[in-house]
Design a protein around this ligand. Structure first.
Ligand code: GLY
Ligand code: MN
Ligand code: MN
Length: 492
């Protein structure tokens, strides 16, 4: 259905509201217009409790506030993006905004305004409810009649425990507000950035200041609070259910394509969460050797492997990131098992190296060593192993790093300082993946023929604890034997 279909072109009336995005007017009679203004119940919700995340978001804002005394900090949620013509991509709020507010609505902007004494006041500029008195409610494509009821500003203030204002006043407010050092998280709201470009004189200094804000936020997000860990647990639990769904659906998938696997997992993501946290990789047979295989349009053949890399994103936008490589018929062949067990051994070594105080790189190096040793033993690489590792020769078959931080983004905290992340040390509260793999391209003549076209990755989500680590996805079978047992239970 398009907006235009609701207009009554035969009405004798004059245009009452602004043109639509595509320039077509919608005409309404005065009688209809007057009638649409009246007869609506008061649905305002009063005395709402703050959302569960509100006290955690307040603490996160306090930590950020202490880093930038006296400065105005602007963190937008983002805007809808056009997909084609008048259709838009599903909205997904920007992570830093969600982290600092707990809000996931579109078009919001958090302003942390420095207080006279110390600290900051949090002002959430939000899209208010649609007015029923000027046609906005039912004639505008973004009116509530079309896109659903929003929280009123008063409701949002109670739910988020912050002051709220109408986002349509933000540009004027920024222009009139005292000129003080201001930073914005870029890339989400071109309108806000344009206003700031008018107000900030030195573009280069502004760019540096903004980059510093982004880095600081990603540094801060490296350590998850207990509420975030709880959300990751929920994301992983839903993901585990999604993998069960996929195994049960394998017979139908064999009759159709990888899309059936993708769709089966997606249903779980939509029912138990918000969405998938990234494009599902449902890669059967040799497609598993393509790291970001997301076309998912290949066949599922008995006897081959299915590499499924998928994660449910919770309604609060935390995501899991889990991979299992499954024998489609339920049993590994000897060659598949050989590859699988080497990857499993590498993952075990990686997980064992996840502990507070260890270099972040340690678990990658532990996994790579096991893989390199195996590849030398199999004669694919010429030893000694130290030489292989020094030259990185194993990477022809291991291809990618052994993991990354996990949280609101699947590749979380990507802008954190190198010293705190890639060259840093693990600390309790970090959440990350451990995901070694081996990939033998179908046309790789350096590989024995029987291994060509085999791709295996095993990926689990791990939280660093004061004692060591917890594997959040431990409920999903991991050894070759356990995978076969699990599949035998679920397959008809
Ligand atoms: N699913 C993307 C990754 O494993 O990093
Ligand atoms: Mn991953
Ligand atoms: Mn993954």
């Amino acid at each position: 259905m398009s907006e235009q279909q609701s207009g009554d072109a035969r009405s004798a009336a004059r245009p009452e509201f602004h043109p639509r995005k595509n320039g077509a007017y919608q005409s309404v009679s005065e009688e209809l217009s007057a009638w649409m203004r009246t007869g609506w119940a008061d649905t305002e919700r009063r005395d709402l409790d703050p959302c569960e995340q509100a006290p955690y978001a307040a603490k996160r804002r306090a930590v950020l506030s202490a880093r930038f005394p006296g400065e105005r900090l602007i963190i937008p949620s983002g805007r809808l993006k056009t997909r084609s013509n008048d259709t838009e991509y599903p909205f997904r709020a920007a992570c830093d905004y969600v982290y600092l507010t707990g809000d996931t609505s579109e078009g919001g902007v958090l302003v942390l305004e420095p207080r006279a004494g110390h600290g900051h006041e949090a002002l959430a500029y939000l899209t208010p409810r649609s007015s029923r008195s000027n046609g906005e409610f039912w004639l505008s494509g973004h009116g509530e009649l079309w896109s659903g009821r929003r929280d009123s500003l008063e409701e949002a203030a109670q739910l988020l425990s912050v002051h709220t204002r109408d986002v349509r006043e933000l540009s004027d407010w920024l222009r009139q507000a005292p000129r003080i050092p201001t930073r914005v998280v870029r890339g989400h709201d071109a309108g806000v950035e344009a206003v700031l470009a008018e107000l900030r004189e030195d573009a280069e200094t502004a760019a540096q200041a903004d980059a510093q804000l982004a880095v600081t936020l990603h540094d801060q997000r490296l350590i998850k609070d207990e509420w975030e860990i709880g959300q990751l647990r929920e994301a992983v639990a839903a993901t585990v259910r999604g993998f069960h769904d996929v195994v049960r659906a394998l017979p139908e998938a064999v009759a159709t394509s990888e899309r059936y696997v993708e769709g089966t997992f997606f249903r779980r993501a939509r029912v138990d969460g918000n969405d998938v946290g990234y494009g599902t990789i449902a890669a059967a047979g040799p497609n598993a050797t393509t790291l970001h295989w997301q076309r998912n349009d290949g066949p599922i053949r008995p006897g081959e492997l299915l590499l499924l890399d998928a994660g449910v994103e919770t309604s609060t936008l935390y995501t899991a990131d889990v991979t299992r490589t499954l024998p489609i018929s339920g049993r590994f062949t000897a060659d598949q098992r050989r590859v699988y067990e080497l990857v499993y051994a590498a993952q075990e070594a990686g997980i064992a190296a996840v502990a507070p105080g260890n270099p972040v790189r340690a678990y990658h190096e532990a996994s790579q060593r096991v893989l390199a040793e195996g590849l030398v033993e199999w004669g694919l690489l010429e030893g000694p192993v130290e030489r292989v590792l020094e030259l990185g020769l194993q990477r022809r078959y291991t291809l990618h790093g052994t993991g990354h931080m996990l949280g609101l983004d699947v590749h979380d905290c990507a802008e954190a300082r190198t010293d705190n992340y890639r060259d840093g040390y693990l600390a309790a509260g970090m959440a990350l993946t451990v995901e070694p793999g081996l990939y033998f391209q179908p046309d790789d003549l350096t590989v024995p023929e029987e291994l060509r076209g085999i791709g295996v990755r095993i990926e689990d989500d791990v939280v660093v604890t004061p004692e060591g680590n917890i594997v959040l996805s431990a409920d999903l079978p991991r050894t070759a034997d356990d995978v076969e047992r699990w599949m035998a239970e679920l397959l008809p």
